[in-house]
Design a protein around this ligand. Structure first.
Ligand code: RUB
Length: 327
């Protein structure tokens, strides 16, 4: 089957980062599954499920690091697969998929709101906050604190090479929050002025390590040195179940031309460019993770996620059940 253009546009949008940010790519991916589902023209359940599986694989392969993407897709796929296993027809499978997609989007948006409410309690009046990249969870915490009447200021790193920090600065200043944009390498220079670092996450490993935008680990190191607390806003679906089995989270390397123009590289043929998009911050450099279910230490995130995911307690043919994503 040829996939609909609208589906391919989302796939391309995620690859090219027109659609970006871990939570958003999860939500867009499940929307894309709904588009495919609606376009499948068959009465054969097996054929239907195979097409959904193909679309799921394509979506999962778009970007490798943010685990919210495969987790969102698996959440939907497993619900449909379970319905298929119980012998339902294509119409019912389509209804099941639509419900699962809507449920995931609701869970995700509610989680970001709840993280904001919970995290804001840890922000004090007159705090100066440093944030990195553009995270909806981190922004939710900052905006909630500001709306509670706390007089806060924010330093936002520009986040080279893709400059997501400009999006953050724009969003925060629109809310009326005094925001200063700084180059990434100025973080240690400004750290003595910072009370709290507030960031998001693309994935959280079983040992509590946080995978986020490249540069996060340097910021956490500078914060540790200056005794500044580091808070991570992360929905429980940022947990990477594979890390329980010792697998490493793949760090995406993006094209060199995001760093230097092609002509520059041609003029300097001896130079090579590396462009990793994310890095790993060990749990020792993180104080708390704010989830939609409450605040946990990075080391305890696994216990929370284990319950939410119900991993290993899933049905026999599923090594993990993502069906237990309850808030
Ligand atoms: C975005 C990034 C964000 C996390 C969390 O990277 O690293 O901090 O995805 O975001 P990119 P959110 O721009 O490469 O996608 O809290 O919105 O899920």
């Amino acid at each position: 089957m040829k996939f609909p253009d609208e589906f391919l546009e989302i796939v391309e949008g995620i690859k090219s980062m027109k659609i970006r940010g871990a939570g958003l790519i999860g939500r867009k991916a499940v929307e894309a599954l709904k588009i495919v589902s609606d376009s499948i023209n068959t009465t054969d359940s097996k054929e239907y499920i195979e097409e959904i599986k193909k679309a799921a694989k394509i979506l999962i392969s778009t970007r490798p690091t943010a685990v919210s993407l495969p987790n969102a897709v698996r959440y939907v796929y497993y619900r449909v697969k379970r319905a298929y296993n119980s012998g339902l027809g294509v119409k019912e499978l389509k209804d099941t998929l639509r419900d699962a997609v809507n449920d995931f989007i609701t869970i995700s948006l509610n989680a970001i709101e709840k993280i904001g409410e919970i995290g804001a309690k840890r922000i004090e009046d007159e705090d100066t906050i440093l944030t990195h990249c553009n995270s909806q969870a981190a922004i939710s915490i900052i905006v909630h604190a500001f709306k509670q009447g706390k007089n806060i200021k924010v330093f936002a790193t520009e986040t080279r090479p893709k400059m997501q920090g400009r999006l953050t600065a724009k969003q925060l200043s629109k809310e009326g929050i005094p925001t200063t944009l700084i180059v990434d390498s100025a973080v240690r220079y400004f750290m003595p002025k910072i009370d709290k670092v507030v960031i998001g996450a693309d994935a959280i490993a079983a040992n509590g390590a946080v995978i986020n935008k490249i540069g996060t680990s340097l910021i956490a190191l500078a914060a540790h040195e200056a005794r500044v607390r580091v808070m991570v806003g992360a929905e429980t679906y940022k947990f990477s179940p594979e890390t329980v089995f010792g697998e490493l989270i793949k760090i995406e390397e993006r094209p060199y031309d995001e760093v230097v123009p092609e002509e520059w590289l041609k003029a300097n043929p001896g130079v090579s460019v590396r462009n990793p998009a994310f890095d790993v911050t060990p749990p020792e450099y993180i104080d708390v993770i704010i989830t939609e279910m409450g605040i946990v230490s990075p080391q305890s995130f696994f216990l929370l996620a284990k319950d939410v995911f119900g991993w290993m307690f899933g049905e026999k043919d599923e090594w993990i059940s993502l069906d237990t994503f309850h808030l």
